[in-house]
Write a protein that binds this ligand. Structure first.
Ligand SMILES: CC(C)(COP(=O)(O)OP(=O)(O)OC[C@H]1O[C@@H](n2cnc3c(N)ncnc32)[C@H](O)[C@@H]1OP(=O)(O)O)[C@@H](O)C(=O)NCCC(=O)NCCS
Length: 266
């Protein structure tokens, strides 16, 4: 490992830029709904379920499958499930598996902002520690999450929602899978699940995705998610990027066909 990288893995990775400044609880003056208040040791007064968690689901005491809104409350955790996948907060213990994602040149070459691949477990561990520390400071529904296969518990990817620079008005959803997990629909499935939560609990009207022009797989995933191409820009990260957008109403209308609300859900 180079001394430079040891000193500043986040700075070199370029992925520190979206982290809230240390000690700054709500860094962005954004018109999102404020996080719901939490009282230490108590559950939210009347948390409502988002969508049914399949029976047999394992929810750790630290996490709440049915009340992911608590992600932005006291415990700062989120767990969502789809048919095959689990979306949860990152943990430092994910470092070795995460290197298969962020250490891969096939993944890193497409990321924005441009990053150096993170190919050492120790470096990845520090990056994850920063992500874990930053998570409570994101404004709902922004954050970073790990994606795992439910049947094997294998970490297959990462998901994020964050404000796009430079104006920090538009929210981006981003997805990264380790190459051996490409071609199974995991990015589409996990993103759809996260979008359902973001549009339901995040109170947002739209989500964007950005990808480099020749990133065919990412562009195809945006299309599979029902996102529409809205243009090309160089205003984000100084990169030439294709921009896709989906509005809450369009997503919900499409999603309702595939996931009709279960009895008892509001
Ligand atoms: C972008 C990226 C996540 C796409 O991975 P992916 O596996 O192709 O994405 P999807 O989840 O949409 O899967 C679609 C593929 O799975 C197949 N598939 C299998 N089962 C499927 C299912 N149940 N649902 C949907 N697709 C399915 C599709 O046919 C398609 O295969 P094909 O591309 O060979 O035609 C991945 O290439 C990646 O991590 N790239 C680097 C990071 C990156 O570019 N991120 C985005 C920009 S920041």
């Amino acid at each position: 490992m180079s001394p430079e990288r040891t000193e500043s893995p986040l700075g070199r990775s370029g992925w520190a830029g979206d982290l809230p400044p240390p000690g700054s609880p709500r860094p962005w003056p954004r018109a999102f709904p404020p996080p719901k208040a939490a009282v230490a040791g108590q559950r939210s007064p009347s948390p409502r379920s988002l969508w049914p968690v399949p029976s047999g689901t394992r929810c750790s005491p630290r996490t709440s499958c049915r009340h992911p809104v608590r992600a932005y409350a006291e415990e700062v955790t989120l767990t969502l499930e789809s048919d095959r996948l689990l979306i949860r907060d990152w943990e430092e213990a994910d470092a070795e598996a995460a290197v298969e994602i962020y250490g891969s040149a096939d993944v890193a070459q497409w990321l924005s902002p441009a990053i150096e691949r993170i190919d050492e477990v120790a470096t990845m561990k520090r990056v994850l520690a920063a992500w874990v520390e930053a998570q409570p400071n994101f404004v709902l529904p922004a954050g970073r999450w790990a994606v795992l296969r439910k049947d094997t518990n294998e970490l297959v990817g990462g998901l994020l929602i964050r404000l796009l620079p430079p104006y920090e008005e538009d929210l981006e959803i981003g997805w990264q899978l380790k190459p051996s997990a490409w071609g199974y629909g995991y990015a589409t499935e996990a993103s759809r699940t996260l979008m359902r939560w973001a549009f339901t609990e995040g109170g947002i009207d739209e989500l964007f995705a950005v990808a480099r022009p020749h990133n065919e797989r990412a562009l195809a995933t945006a299309g599979r998610l029902g996102m529409e191409w809205v243009g090309e820009t160089d205003k984000y990260y100084g990169l030439n990027l294709q921009v896709y957008r989906i509005r809450a109403g369009d997503f919900k209308a499409e999603d309702a066909k595939e996931h009709p609300p279960a009895p008892g859900d509001d």
